[in-house]
Design a binder for this molecule. Structure first.
Ligand SMILES: *Cc1c(COP(=O)(O)O)cnc(C)c1O
Length: 382
């Protein structure tokens, strides 16, 4: 990391696509023979959906997954041709556009009639993945209604209006490998698959594993694993770092220091004056705030300036935060130097450190980095 400012680069999220490709390949080795669905919802967990999807496919991901149809359409429009599954719909979703673009649709119940109506209109069969709720309690068909859902899907398949491509479910506690609910969910999933197969479903893919299950439960891999946070190089397990899992963090968040000044003891800092210097010291001003996705609720998040790790002091504002350099007289001002909040280097703090400071999870830290922070891509696109 250099301390020389680059013109025009005031704040940036550097997205290392080589790291992403490494993560996809590493997880593919673990999951094989199951294939990888790279989950790039929410703008690729804040990393940029299209470039990350492209890099994931280059590295061997056979499928893409997103929550919304709109997200899937964006990937198709960008020229991604692999199967793309979208699983979270409302009665206002663009089912017709999805069927027309050949998007695979998750169906938990009510969606079926919307999908079938779109297929009928277009005279083109929809590609459907039936979702069973094995215990998470979000969407997914309740077990009592599963037979009914499967049989109406099969009727429509016989009419030529859809093809049941997949059967899937989602885990609730796979990030806590010691919990037994995961065993129960796998049992229920096997039962649901058996019921569907008895009813004539011949699915290409059965899938339930997210990143933590992919890494900790080989018995959950089935034909396909849906991996999100892992491809971005973050650990899904509390207390386990990416490097221990063979993963490389993809995002580095940094900014150019906007101010540096000496202050006396007793100087209050930022809104609410919740921090007061106890000694004469130097404060650095970093132009990233909660509008950029740095959580206001965080307490003492880490910032690296000039190779040394400091903590944020005082309230994080909309556009800026302050770091106490704990030095009365610096040899030189750090104005224009780089301030790294989290990154991929060994010595850099991680998104996990910010998650701890904000009492949240690393997923939320990266997913909320704001639109005002330009994403700068390294290592591609090929
Ligand atoms: C977000 C999501 C995933 C990916 O989860 P990770 O823990 O990030 O791997 C997989 N499946 C579904 C249904 C999801 O919503």
């Amino acid at each position: 990391m250099t301390n020389t400012p680059s013109p025009g680069v005031e704040r940036q999220a550097i997205i290392d696509l080589d790291a992403l490709r490494h993560n996809v390949q590493h997880i593919a080795d673990i999951a094989r023979p199951a294939r990888i669905m790279a989950v790039v919802k929410a703008d690729g967990y804040g990393h940029g959906a299209v470039p990350c999807a492209r890099a994931a496919v280059e590295a061997g991901a056979a499928w893409l997954g997103v929550a919304h149809i709109t997200e899937a359409l964006e990937l198709r429009a960008a020229g991604l041709e692999v199967p793309i599954l979208a699983w979270l719909h409302t009665p206002s979703s663009q089912f017709r556009d999805a069927v027309e673009a050949g998007i695979d649709l998750g169906v938990s119940g009510w969606e079926l009639e919307h999908v079938v109506a779109a297929a009928r209109e277009l005279q083109r069969p929809a590609r459907v993945h039936l979702k069973i709720d094995t215990g998470l309690g979000r969407n997914g068909c309740p077990p009592e209604k599963w037979e009914e859902l499967v049989s109406s899907a099969m009727e429509h398949q016989e009419e030529g209006l859809l093809r049941v491509v997949g059967i899937f479910s989602h885990f609730a506690v796979a990030d806590e490998p010691e919990r037994e609910e995961t065993d129960l969910q796998i049992d229920r999933f096997r039962e649901a698959v058996a019921v569907a197969e008895d009813a004539g479903v011949d699915a290409e893919v059965r899938h339930i594993a997210n990143t933590p299950a992919t890494l900790s439960r080989p018995d959950s891999h089935f034909d396909l694993v849906r991996v999100g946070v892992g491809i971005f190089g973050l650990s899904p397990f509390a207390g386990q770092k990416p490097v221990e899992l063979g993963l490389r963090p993809v995002m580095t968040l940094k900014a150019t220091v906007a101010g540096c000044k000496e202050v006396p003891a007793g100087q209050g800092v930022s809104y609410g004056l919740r921090y007061t210097t106890t000694e004469p010291t130097t404060l650095a001003l970093v132009p990233l705030g909660y509008a950029d996705g740095v959580p206001r609720a965080s307490d003492g998040g880490p910032v690296v300036i000039g190779g040394k790790r400091y903590r944020v002091c005082g309230r994080i504002a909309m556009d800026q935060l302050v770091v106490d350099l704990e030095a009365a007289h610096l040899d030189a001002s750090v104005l224009g130097h780089e301030a790294v909040l989290f990154g991929s280097g060994g010595e850099d703090p991680g998104a996990d450190d910010w998650a701890d400071a904000a009492n949240t999870i690393n997923y939320e830290i990266v997913a909320r980095i704001g639109a005002r922070v330009p994403r700068v891509y390294l290592g591609g696109p090929a």
